[in-house]
Design a protein around this ligand. Sequence first.
Ligand SMILES: NC(=O)C1=CN([C@@H]2O[C@H](COP(=O)(O)OP(=O)(O)OC[C@H]3O[C@@H](n4cnc5c(N)ncnc54)[C@H](O)[C@@H]3O)[C@@H](O)[C@H]2O)C=CC1
Ligand SMILES: N[C@@H](CC=O)C(=O)O
Ligand code: NA
Length: 434
Amino acid sequence: MIEDREPIRVALLGCGTVGTEVVSLLQGRPGEFAARTGAPLQVTGVAVRRPHKHPEVPEHLLTTDAAALVNGDVDVVVELIGGIEPARSLLLQALRAGKSVVTANKALLAEYGSELYAAADAAGADIYFEASVAGAIPLLRPLRESLAGDRISRVMGIVNGTTNYILSAMDSSGASYAETLEEAGQLGYAEADPTADVDGFDAAAKAAILASLSFHTRVTATDVHREGISGIGAGDIAAAKSLDRTVKLLSICERVVDDEGNESVSARVHPAMIPRSHPLAGVGGAFNAVFVEAESAGQLMFYGQGAGGVPTSSAVLGDLVAVARNLVVAGKGPRESAHAQLPVRSMGATPTRYHISLDVADKPGVLSQVAATFNEHDVSIAAVRQQGRGPDASLVVITHTALDSALQATVDEIARLSAVNEVVSVMRVEGEQS
Ligand SMILES: NC(=O)C1=CN([C@@H]2O[C@H](COP(=O)(O)OP(=O)(O)OC[C@H]3O[C@@H](n4cnc5c(N)ncnc54)[C@H](O)[C@@H]3O)[C@@H](O)[C@H]2O)C=CC1
Ligand SMILES: N[C@@H](CC=O)C(=O)O
Ligand code: NA
């Protein structure tokens, strides 16, 4: 009888947006969890900062002493506090004592993942973190396990729900940036400090995790080129609309092979214009979607709810069941796989495409001056559209693929041309043939 087996003792750290849902589901469905893992799951304590704020948790389980809870009689520690400290110290403490860990903390994993993996490995414990990237969507388990026999070449997607919620609203209803950011916070999508979302730190942490798993290489958040959405204005959204495109914050991780056959990894987060016909263009609200390209599997797409307490609790509980099953059969989950150790390519050396929208003087020679600047930097133009407006004109240029540093240098020089009144919008273009 499963009920007669020794329970698996679970400590929960943090009871906020995600933690509250995890506690409630764990307490509400004990029979199901026991049947699925092969032993009952017993919550031994819930570490919180202010116990009086948690009437939903049985009082005897609440504690403000997370370290004592981790050091006590527990088999699995579920960390839902977020941030680096005290989460890092608490998880190292747990792992070094042979206790397995489930965490949703991308910021921590993107910086200290290797340290945590090493501690888990040394003690024979597990570390699972499906909720850390793309919330409810099963994505890391497929990368770590199902695709472990394949070679991944590219991962591209929307992995931040808050910014997608904001950009979708700006695109569809012309809503303001500030008002939608506040809504995203109320709906439980935004991080405790929402600048982590809008400035791209959250997406960059997720890109580091995705690149590490996909390319068997240690990639940290500081290796990821990062641009957020705080500079995106109504002008950019309008420029995209006029070309039947939309703006999304994308995380793109690629295996790049140079002319000599040398491989490197590129990981970047930035807003990009994509065609409205692209499947990512239809991903609205806090939904996430990620494309994975692998040599044998071909193209795969993962889609679902990337943020919010209820969806994220699904991924956390899935990991908890996996860890508990391993404990029941004395098995182990996957370890760190960083054998490839590919160098990380700088953003300047990464091939990209640009959309550039200019306000120029409508007089002879302007177009040729602009075209000459592209030529000087060896950047090839894919399309040009000019529209006169009295003495001035709007000039839109879309380039072919070139090194990002060459594109950046071209834009800097164009901005200095006397015939250019204003650089209205500069954005990378993704999701179409170059
Ligand atoms: N909210 C979401 O949609 C998602 C969140 N995550 C991640 O899940 C984790 C938790 O996120 P949320 O629940 O949204 O955050 P939250 O801010 O709502 O909850 C964190 C809780 O931890 C508590 N806490 C802080 N320090 C503590 C300590 N020393 N001891 C005990 N409790 C402490 C806070 O009081 C708060 O209640 C973060 O790592 C976040 O990045 C991952 C995917 C989605
Ligand atoms: N703040 C994050 C939450 C999930 O990881 C987001 O908006 O995606
Ligand atoms: Na996930």
